[in-house]
Design a protein around this ligand. Structure first.
Ligand code: HEM
Length: 181
């Protein structure tokens, strides 16, 4: 696992990704913007709305799950993956009051998050960023890249996850869809 790295997601009128849609699934939506720039590091004088998160070690995955993920997952930045989704999520105080083993039980034993996700690899490439310990408005910035022919599969994936017990702990969720053009 590489050292943690902070990423900045900058909403504005510049950036490699065009914002195709942005909606609040739960809670309020960010201010409207045309484009998104994803940059490694904390940018000094970045104007506009910026969300930040850091990569980290896995918290809940078991060895067999990490091995299954590693065997199937693709890297970000594939030329064919011209679609992306940024889904910022904040979970409730009830979630954070649980113990590690209780959160794992909700997430995997009962919600099958990793098992469901594995169904969509290698079509979807992903990176998870943590924002809670940075004092960010979202606990997680989840990032996904896929080819246009896998858009429907990605829709099915998010629908399946949002029906789980884990998602009852989600109190703020925004869904930003992006096109690289
Ligand atoms: C966490 C896999 C899709 C939201 C995780 C973790 C894994 C995983 C392994 C746990 C990391 C750890 O052990 O700490 C996958 C796979 C997916 C997928 C293989 C298929 C592409 C999604 C989607 C969303 C999402 C579509 C959002 C709609 C999250 C969040 C966390 C997470 C918020 C952090 C949960 C927490 O720590 O409380 N995912 N996931 N995932 N995933 Fe997914």
């Amino acid at each position: 696992m590489p050292r943690p790295s902070i990423f900045s997601f900058c909403f504005g009128d510049a950036g490699e990704w065009r914002i195709a849609s942005m909606r609040a699934v739960v809670g309020s939506a960010p201010p409207p913007a045309e484009r998104l720039a994803v940059r490694e590091g904390v940018l000094a004088d970045q104007a506009g709305f910026v969300l930040r998160g850091t990569t980290s070690n896995a918290r809940y995955s078991k060895r067999a799950e990490l091995d299954a993920l590693a065997a199937r997952q693709e890297e970000l930045g594939r030329p064919t993956a011209t679609r992306a989704a940024l889904i910022p999520i904040r979970k409730s105080e009830a979630w954070w009051a649980l113990a590690q083993d209780e959160r794992r039980a909700v997430m995997e034993e009962r919600s099958r998050h990793i098992a469901i996700g594995l169904d969509y690899l290698p079509a979807v490439a992903r990176r998870l960023h943590h924002g809670r310990d940075l004092g960010e408005p979202f606990d997680f910035l989840t990032w996904f890249e896929y080819a246009p022919e896998h858009e429907d599969a990605f829709e099915t994936l998010v629908t399946r996850l949002r029906e789980t017990e884990e998602w009852r702990f989600v109190e703020h969720e925004v869904d930003v869809r992006l096109v690289r053009d």
